[in-house]
Design a protein around this ligand. Structure first.
Ligand code: BTN
Length: 268
């Protein structure tokens, strides 16, 4: 097992008192260290873990990002966790799940007093143009439904990652708050937001959340490039997300629906 025993940076009692009755929707495990909360939660899922299991790690030794990237984070400086959830839907309906999680994160951060949070397709949370957080969703079909491991990484403070080549420079919540970020309060707000948003998503799919996503979309109406493994795949005007979570690009050939890749702003 890749877990170290010991005290966590999260105060469980404080967290539970902030969650109130919603605390019952989560089974919370606090880990001082693990490889990756997503990797560990995928293993736990195969061992029969319950929906609502939440792994919060102070330190990840092998944090993972989207498209096989590494997710770098330092304890104290970041909040990293993964949440296990079960859906009755088919895979196609879950295509918009990472966008739905983005909406939950943005609304929760706004409730904590952070202004200027924006979303970028499909999984980035931006703050003043920099990347403050990301979402990594991994799905697994089982006999009783479709299970999602939803990993979230948020920079509370700026990570010490000089020299790294980022699509976006990193941003930190500390720079948008008047007092140092309160780890418990932010996590509690994120969990409350996730419980609420995941209920809405289960009932109505991404279309129920689309408006909330679109109004926070960083690059609505801007000229962008869709990159596939670093190469330009398509270019066009970004119209945001479709009701199923696909990216909408207005190109000379018409409106195209895109399902994977990275989006970057086209230099003018
Ligand atoms: C991305 O922006 O590419 C997604 C980053 C997701 C990082 C989080 S941190 C908690 C969870 N465990 C991981 O290994 N990754 C996700």
């Amino acid at each position: 097992m890749n877990e170290l025993p010991g005290p966590s940076l999260i105060d469980r009692d404080r967290l539970l008192s902030m969650l109130g009755p919603f605390g019952k929707r989560f089974v919370i495990e606090l880990l001082p260290e693990c490889t990756s909360t997503n990797t560990l939660l995928c293993e736990r899922l195969r061992q029969g873990a319950p929906a609502g299991l939440l792994l919060v790690a102070d330190r990840q030794t092998a944090g993972r990002g989207r498209l096989g990237r590494t997710w770098l984070s330092a304890p104290e400086a970041s909040l990293t966790f993964s949440l296990l959830w079960r859906f009755d839907d088919d895979v196609a309906r879950l295509a918009g799940l990472s966008l739905a999680v983005g909406v939950a994160l943005a609304q929760a951060l706004e409730a904590c007093g952070v202004t200027g949070v924006e979303l970028k397709w499909p999984n980035d949370v931006l703050l003043n143009g920099g990347k403050v957080g990301g979402v990594l969703i991994e799905l697994e079909a089982q006999r009783d439904g479709l299970w999602a491991v939803m990993g979230v990484g948020l920079n509370l403070f700026l990570p010490d990652v000089e020299g790294e080549d980022f699509l976006h420079p990193p941003a930190a919540l500390a720079d948008a708050l008047s007092s140092p970020p309160d780890r418990q309060a932010i996590l509690a707000q994120l969990l409350l937001g996730l419980a609420n948003t995941l209920d809405r998503f289960a009932a109505g799919g991404f279309s129920a959340l689309r408006e909330d996503w679109q109004k926070r979309h960083a690059w609505q109406g801007r000229q962008v490039r869709l990159l596939d493994s670093g190469r330009v795949d398509r270019e066009g005007r970004c119209l945001g997300a479709d009701t199923d979570g696909a990216l909408l690009l207005e190109t000379p050939a018409g409106i195209e629906r895109c399902f994977s890749g990275d989006v970057s702003l086209r230099a003018t």
